[in-house]
Design a protein around this ligand. Structure first.
Ligand code: ADP
Ligand code: MG
Length: 258
């Protein structure tokens, strides 16, 4: 049951419809990639899954682990095991990466058991050390203030570390931002490849085909004009790389005219 089910999702921003009947199911253990030209609604999908108040769901459903999450606040969605990589993009002066991660873990633990006293410090240190080694993150990183003066790659490193410590059941990464230089790309792909497995489902949203040279998705979807217009396996990403999006756009126009 641990899956994300999106059914006939329609979402508007300031009265303008952006998502127009979006359908997708992601199970644990699966890596899905959504690709598509700019302005097709990829980030709108990510923000809507997070529960951003500006995005108005006018029709459709989002289920996660059998719960209708449209009624849940962003933090409740997160505690349920949904992770969105851009959840905390801002810098938090005076809060170190380690402190930030510890409070995120504790908030998750308290959601499960209100009596929880929080993760014991030695246990947290050990866990953090393991995760940092697994992700090849330098020790000193844990003591730095979150996002303060971080490069694009370092922001991604903090996000991936957050993903590693929270162990979400479904992780959503919207990788369309301009900070995705080669270093950031490598951090994201190595992180996803290290963490993905039978206990986690991943949705990678990107308009950079080259990200998929590093992450091997099981399913590739093409999004256009607010919905998925083509789905396939990893071959679809290669086809997009060599042929671009126009052939899909033409196919969709023909189908819509018929
Ligand atoms: P993508 O991530 O695929 O590039 P977005 O989801 O960011 O696309 O944007 C989809 C459409 O929604 C675009 O036409 C964009 O101009 C519009 N849009 C996005 N965010 C806002 C906003 N905050 N207010 C008004 N329109 C927006
Ligand atoms: Mg976007």
């Amino acid at each position: 049951m641990s899956e994300l089910v999106i059914k006939n999702l329609h979402v508007g921003i300031e009265g303008k419809e952006i998502l127009k009947g979006f359908d997708l199911t992601i199970k644990k253990g699966e890596i899905h990639a959504i690709m598509g030209p700019n302005g097709t609604g990829k980030s709108t999908l990510a923000y809507t899954l997070m529960g951003h108040p500006n995005y108005e769901v006018t029709e459709g459903e989002i289920w996660f682990k059998g719960e209708n999450i449209l009624e849940l606040e962003p933090d409740e969605r997160s505690r349920l095991g949904l992770f969105l990589a851009f959840q905390y993009p801002v810098s938090i002066p005076g809060v170190t990466v380690a402190n930030f991660l510890r409070s995120a873990i504790n908030s998750r633990r308290r959601a499960e058991n209100p009596e929880d006293k929080g993760i014991p410090i030695p246990e947290f240190r050990k866990m953090l050390k393991e995760k940092m080694e697994m992700l090849k993150v330098d020790h000193s990183f844990a003591g730095r203030y979150l996002n303060e003066g971080f490069s694009g790659g370092e922001k991604k490193r903090a996000e991936i570390l957050q993903m590693a410590t929270l162990k979400p059941e479904i992780a959503i990464l919207d990788e369309t931002d301009s900070g995705l230089d080669i270093d950031a790309l490598r951090v994201v792909s190595e992180g996803v490849n290290a963490l993905a497995g039978p206990e986690m489902g991943v949705l990678v949203i990107t308009h950079y085909q080259r990200l998929l040279n590093y992450i091997k998705p099981h399913f590739v979807h093409v999004m256009m004009n607010g919905r998925i217009v083509e789905s396939g396996g990893p071959d679809l990403a290669l086809e997009l790389e060599s042929r671009g999006y126009d052939w899909i756009r033409e196919k969709v126009e023909i189908e819509e005219a018929a």
